[in-house]
Design a protein around this ligand. Sequence first.
Ligand code: NOJ
Length: 509
Amino acid sequence: MPNWLNDAVFYEIYPQSFYDSNGDGIGDIEGIIQKLDYVKGLGCNAIWLNPVYDSPFMDAGYDVRDYKKVAPRYGTNEDLVRLFEAAHAKGIRILLDLVPGHTSDQHPWFLEAKKAAENEYTNRYIFTKTVWDAPPEYRMMCGLCERDGNYMVNYFSSQPALNYGFYDVTHPEWQLPSDHPDCQKTVDAIKDIMRFWMDKGADGFRVDMADSLVKNDDEKIATAKIWRSVREMMDAEYPDCAMVSEWCSPERSINNAGFHMDFYLDHYGNGYSRLFRFGEWGDLAVFNKNGKGNLKAFTDEYLPNYNRTKENGYICFITNNHDMPRVTAYLDKQAIKLVNAFIFTMPGVPFLYYGDEIGMRYQKELVSKEGGYSRTGSRTPMQWNSGKNLGFSESDEPYLPVDRNADAPTVENQKDDPDSIYRVVTDMIALRHKYADLHGNGELEFMTDGSSLPFAYRRGDMVMYFNPTGEYFEIDTRYNGDVVYKIGQAEIADGKIKMQPQSFLLVNA
Ligand code: NOJ
């Protein structure tokens, strides 16, 4: 296990929207290099970079046309290597995005696979035996190729599924078992891509749809076996590199598949969604001040998962990502401050999505861009200052519009404001680094059972009290100690924690 993960705080960068250094309207790698000091200033010591590979951008780059080539709009492979080097010089690691489940339908492998004549790539994707065979239980594209067969897609129609075989083979005339040599070749091809970038300086990968490899693999047994072999390769050849899975099933991902980290994602009704986004635009969220949230629905799910996986890896809390509405769509500013206090004091490895540190808004009404659809509103350009396109780009046609409201948050107008979300985010990250009890490995004990609000948890000597509600509360406590940090009005007095509405207290007991 790479040691650095214990104190890692990640920053997710959506490259097309971060900083445009050459005025063409699209963020680029040189732009990220120029902003590394900013990332470091937040206290982040690692970056997850969304896909930067050559792509027709039907799904914002998750439709890869060439895994080994940086998309020209972002720069060159040499620029990416320069980014690795510049980041490392500042103590920042970089995880690239690995998309192993599918490629673009423009990928050379697929262009070969769809030919009638058999060739090296005939089994790289999943084709039925003839076009007259399209079992409804699979998502098939029909009648589009010279080859007499339909192909399975993994996500959008432009993303044919790579072939890792089937665990339960129900149609042997076209489904390969996952141990078929041609399926092994797909695994080898993915390992080859990983080595290619780790040899150039990448520190590992965020793995897209990590659970999607082997089909008809309900328990994910064969899929986990593939990732185990990837982990063995990393342990042997790149022991300081790490992988985080888009899976949201920590026992499978961390314990079985060997991922170092697994994201806690926003699946409606699950523990994570209960915290910040549940109900009609958050009206049933734990952090909504109306106090209607159900923390127990979170603790009942999270704590068993945490206890069963904590020796092997990390569950990752995210402020948001590029796939869901920013939390500003759900909660008020004071609540968002408490959200950040929570995310940066929990075990595991936290991820901050670009722009969340200044409370960027989710822009609801935008027309879809590059397969974003409802996600587009969370992918708008980073807001740096009061300049043209809020400092993102000199172009008259930026990738997406920036927030047009007069009070749009920017780094410039938030940075020195003591009442800003930026202040809480940077303070909390600094405290996380300062106190070992708050690192990824530290212990966690909930002091309230979750059935009512407010709530509290302890990590070593550090005790966190949260009153996310709109009412005043007093909590009996067995802990005294020094108040290290507070949000809103809260104090320890007369053996009690006295908490005004929407407040947080961090005590070193
Ligand atoms: C998950 C990614 O986060 C999302 O943006 C993408 O569209 C799908 N996987 C398909 O690759």
